[in-house]
Ligand binder design. Structure first.
Ligand code: FES
Length: 161
């Protein structure tokens, strides 16, 4: 697998922090996802060899945690909460607005490669529902008009990049 030197260094640094190297599976997966943008079967096998565990164990960790990805995403990662408070406050409409503005479907990479819109479970901000994350930034008390403004901001930032 073709990992950046800094990722390899991060991995070598992480493993000795654990009494049993098998326990380092999470930090290794985080490091590889940051490097590659997703976790392929090849990555799972690489981690399994590195930590001397069965590949199925690594795959079960990848599929259990929603923050690990097995598919490519756009440059910006949009996660709209769909849990009860957000669902009742109109989260689905916000999500539809994001999808139509970027002419894309749920969990897909938009045609310009700019975004992937996904649903997420509770983002721990139920009191300001509906909410969504754009990368690591939380947007609260959303409605379609605010969603539109956020789309315009993302598009403007894409033009500057
Ligand atoms: S239900 Fe959406 S943040 Fe909790």
């Amino acid at each position: 697998m073709n990992l950046k030197p800094e990722t390899l260094a991060e991995i070598e640094e992480a493993i000795p922090k654990y009494p049993e190297k098998q326990s380092a599976v999470m930090p290794l997966l985080h490091a590889i996802q940051k490097d590659q943008g997703l976790l392929t079967n090849e990555a799972a096998e690489w981690v399994a060899v590195k930590l001397e565990i069965a590949p199925i164990h690594v795959l079960s960790v990848i599929t259990f945690y929603p923050f690990f990805r097995q598919h490519k995403i756009g440059r910006r990662h949009i996660r709209v909460c769909r849990t009860l408070s957000c669902a009742m406050a109109g989260g689905a409409k916000v999500c539809d607005k994001m999808l139509s503005e970027f002419d894309t479907g749920l969990n897909e990479v938009s045609p310009d490669g700019e975004v992937t819109v996904e649903f997420a479970e509770c983002l721990a901000s139920c009191g300001t529902a509906p909410v969504m994350l754009v990368d690591d930034e939380l947007y609260e008390n959303l409605d379609e008009a605010k969603a539109q403004e956020i789309c315009e901001k993302i598009k403007a930032e894409a033009m500057q990049a």
